[in-house]
Design a protein around this ligand. Structure first.
Ligand code: CA2
Length: 146
């Protein structure tokens, strides 16, 4: 059976492609999921997806990945800057993690420069737009020696 990756999208990312295209571009979340799916398939991996506007639902999905997924790609969105709980969940499952941000969070408001999630991630990609998700899947495949 194919190994699986979990792709986690945080709050408001369901709005991608409909608002603030000058910051987040015109790709929809489904476009990004399709990019992840295709990139994962190129390594013989399958991808599962979750988007939620609720912190607890994201944590439930991360916990459920233990035993079902080989790695996690996560854009925690605004929870990046607030959530010790998402950090703890990622540490608890012990899977390889790549944190992705569409925008360059370091070139924006000062509050976006700090991530609670980064210490729980193997790698962080910011500012590459949707391609960042492709690079994240590529990196997980490398960590999995695929
Ligand atoms: O750059 C990123 O990917 C972010 O994780 C996006 C978050 C933001 O809070 C982080 O600082 C950086 C916001 C996601 C909101 O997405 C929207 C998409 C379309 C319209 C409005 C919001």
């Amino acid at each position: 059976m194919a190994e699986r990756l979990l792709i986690v999208h945080g709050p408001n990312l369901n709005l991608l492609g409909t608002r603030e295209p000058e910051i987040y571009g015109s790709a929809t979340l489904e476009d990004i999921n399709e990019l992840c799916r295709r990139t994962a398939a190129s390594y013989g991996l399958e991808a599962d997806f979750v988007q939620s506007n609720h912190e607890g639902e994201l944590i439930d999905a991360i916990q459920a990945a233990a035993g079902t997924a080989a790695g996690i790609v996560i854009n925690p969105a605004a929870y990046t800057h607030t959530s010790a709980a998402i950090h703890d969940a990622l540490k608890a499952v012990g899977l390889p993690v790549v944190e992705v941000h569409l925008s360059n969070v370091h070139a924006r408001e000062p509050f976006r420069r700090h991530s609670y999630v980064s210490p729980a991630a193997n790698a962080v990609i910011a500012g590459a737009g949707p391609a960042g998700y492709q690079y994240a899947v590529d990196h997980l495949a490398a960590l999995l020696s695929l």
